[in-house]
Write a protein that binds this ligand. Structure first.
Ligand code: ATP
Ligand code: FE2
Length: 340
């Protein structure tokens, strides 16, 4: 049976609707909120989504040319509360009026699932680096309890475990904050990347990995201070080298621990050429394969929500309207992965 799912994403500044079937992606439409000054303002972003959500959904469905929708998937979290609520309201209304199942998707899990699908890989370690998120994830099968005398409950799936994550802010937000301080407009990541190309010297900056977790706020403060003594190019370069080395170290340790053979990159910061280069070197060293999906599937997109919704619905999961409250701090390891 071919199901057609509409997925809606709007956890932060990107509002996007995608339509997929088991066969592939039928269509995607997007509207991006761009703050006039400073960073993302959650209420302004939510207002943007409310203004554009009807036209974005209509455009996606019209370009998909489908006559039937079998389920509505939406980003249930993590993300900014006002943005999540706007998207959830539209998703509930659509599911009710079309009388089809509603599917609540974890945004981080969706990044992983679309990467697996698009890169044709089964079981990667994923480094997910975006504005608000920085995590190293990998699938873990649930263990049977060998000492329990109780009958084994029906045994389905496992979870995406978080092997390491940021202890404070996401790497993208950290780069954006530094960039704003240095006088660049939002988003700052790409500007730091191009400025770093002119560097001549590496300046030591705080390298903070605690166990399997990392932290960026001390590094950002030190980088801002370094601007008083060093050139912008050198600081941008050193900031990238230090922050990315932290991310690559934790990813490498997760690969070593899980003995998986594939590394997947996801999230907007994954556009960075230097980060890719460092991950590629690490993977080559370990004999692992490094995978980067097409750019449109790396950042936040409605297609990843639709596709994950499709997997979930096919494994029998849907969300009653009364349980469809948004979860701004929704962690990927809270999700039972019933579709694997
Ligand atoms: P979420 O955190 O909810 O996934 P987001 O909208 O913050 O959503 P993305 O769109 O995935 O995340 O990523 C945006 C971030 O990516 C911004 O912080 C931006 O500075 C950063 N970024 C984009 N291009 C580059 C680049 N070339 N180098 C470094 N950072 C980049
Ligand atoms: Fe994201």
């Amino acid at each position: 049976m071919h199901r057609t799912i509409l997925g809606i994403e709007g956890t932060a500044w990107n509002l996007s609707a995608g339509v997929v079937t088991e066969e592939g992606v039928l269509a995607e439409a997007t509207a991006t909120y761009r703050p006039k000054t400073g960073g993302i303002h959650p209420r302004e972003a939510a207002q943007h989504h409310a203004t554009h959500i009807a036209s974005v959904i209509r455009k996606a469905i019209e370009s998909a040319g489908c006559t039937q929708i079998d389920g509505i998937a939406f980003s249930q979290g993590p993300g900014m509360g006002p943005c999540l609520r706007t998207v959830a309201t539209a998703a509930r209304a659509l599911a009710l009026s079309l009388d089809v199942p509603l599917i609540g998707v974890n945004h981080c899990v969706a990044h992983l699932e679309i990467g697996r699908w698009q890169c044709g890989i089964d079981d990667p370690v994923m480094l997910y680096v975006s504005g608000a998120n920085s995590q190293v994830l990998a699938y873990r099968q649930r263990r049977r309890c060998s000492i329990s005398k109780r009958p084994t409950p029906q045994y389905r799936g496992g979870r995406y475990r978080i092997f390491g994550e940021t202890l404070d802010i996401g790497i993208g937000n950290a780069l954006d904050k530094f960039a704003r301080h240095a006088g660049f407009s939002h988003p700052g990541g790409p500007k730091i990347e191009s400025e770093a190309l002119a560097a001549t010297e590496y300046i030591p900056l705080p390298y903070v990995v605690k166990g399997m977790d990392f932290s960026f706020s001390g590094l950002m403060t030190a980088a801002k201070d370094a601007l008083t003594k060093h050139s912008l190019a050198d600081v941008c370069f050193s900031l990238q080298e230090t922050a990315f080395a932290m991310l690559v170290e934790v990813t490498e340790r997760a690969v070593a621990h899980t003995e998986k053979n594939d590394v997947l990159l996801a999230g907007g910061v994954g556009a960075n050429t230097r980060l890719r280069e460092m991950l590629e070197l690490m993977c080559a060293d370990r004999g692992a394969a490094f995978h980067v999906p097409e750019k449109r599937f790396m950042g936040d997109n409605g297609t990843m929500i639709a596709y994950t919704g499709l997997l979930m619905l096919a494994s029998g999961e849907s969300l009653p309207i009364e349980d469809s409250v948004v979860i701004p701090d929704f962690r990927p390891d809270q999700v039972d992965v019933t579709w694997r």
